[in-house]
Design a protein around this ligand. Sequence first.
Ligand SMILES: NC(=O)c1ccc[n+]([C@@H]2O[C@H](COP(=O)([O-])OP(=O)(O)OC[C@H]3O[C@@H](n4cnc5c(N)ncnc54)[C@H](OP(=O)(O)O)[C@@H]3O)[C@@H](O)[C@H]2O)c1
Length: 331
Amino acid sequence: MRRRRVAVLGATGMVGQSYLLKLEQHPWFEVVALAASPRSAGRRYLEAASWVQQEGIPAAFTGMELLPPSAAAIRASGAELVFSALPSEAARELESELATSGLKVVADTAAHRMDPEVPLVIPEVNGEAVSALSGPGYIVSSPNCSTIGLAMTLAPLQRHLGLSRVCVTTLQAVSGAGYRGVPSMAILDNVVPYIANEEEKIRRETHKILGADFEIYAQCTRVPVLAGHLETVFAELAAEVELPRLRELITDLPALGLPSSPERPLLLREETDRPQTRLDREAGGGMTTSLGRLRLEGRMLRYVLLSHNTVRGAAGNAILIAELLVSRGLA
Ligand SMILES: NC(=O)c1ccc[n+]([C@@H]2O[C@H](COP(=O)([O-])OP(=O)(O)OC[C@H]3O[C@@H](n4cnc5c(N)ncnc54)[C@H](OP(=O)(O)O)[C@@H]3O)[C@@H](O)[C@H]2O)c1
């Protein structure tokens, strides 16, 4: 297969760094351009990025010169497909301009997620949404990081049993707020019970992904962990079910067989005290959402889930979307 030429916008950030690790040796994609803010334009990646990953910067990228966040510069690089991990305000016009000029844009930003013509996709959950795309250029959005794990675990419940109501409390990692997101004096030895706009994003994005309108009540908190969003969920089921049957159906999402799809998109942990953030966030290379602590009383189900916010919650999900597009002849 011909490798598609791709650009990563926001390459120096938390999500951008996840992209570089996942794209370094990707069989279908070749990175031809990296872009960040105007402050970084013209600098070498090694000098501009505040790299925080345990793995070093992939050698192929250390010397690459960062482009400015301009459509002309991205187009001139020869990129066909663009991964956008910019701040949403910086992304809105640029993503539209790139799509209008014929490029395929897969966006981690919130800028266009709720646009009616933009599919909001978790490939194993609603991959068929991409079939609505037309034209040489388009935008596909990847959902918010705390929405992805939740929607993945709700999808089998909704499909097999129906859902009446969902209450979720999130315990979200600091990397979810970006490199400069949460000052250390605000988060060390602390829990912050507020993340701007997050609760509303969870509600409306989950509805869009699942094509449903059951009640969703979210409370979002920031906790002092580096990566991995843990969420505690109360889900009121629309139909009665026995626990053994529930245990079978709750992980019922397909493995897609694409380069980045995990063997098990959902993994049910048997231990009474799992999933745990530090121990389980790398499951399936960060692409598996783990769940556990299933308890069923009548139609009220309680469980805990864990999803890696910069991998499944952003770069990994977006790369999987791009693979889906290629596999369907859409990119
Ligand atoms: N972090 C997550 O877990 C997560 C999950 C899902 C979605 N997202 C979304 O993904 C996007 C990136 O998040 P992040 O956590 O990676 O943020 P981040 O760590 O703050 O990185 C932001 C990136 O955007 C660049 N940038 C900043 N201001 C810019 C501007 N005015 N114009 C163009 N580029 C600019 C930065 O470049 P410089 O280095 O030059 O400043 C950097 O490369 C956001 O839209 C976020 O909502 C994040």
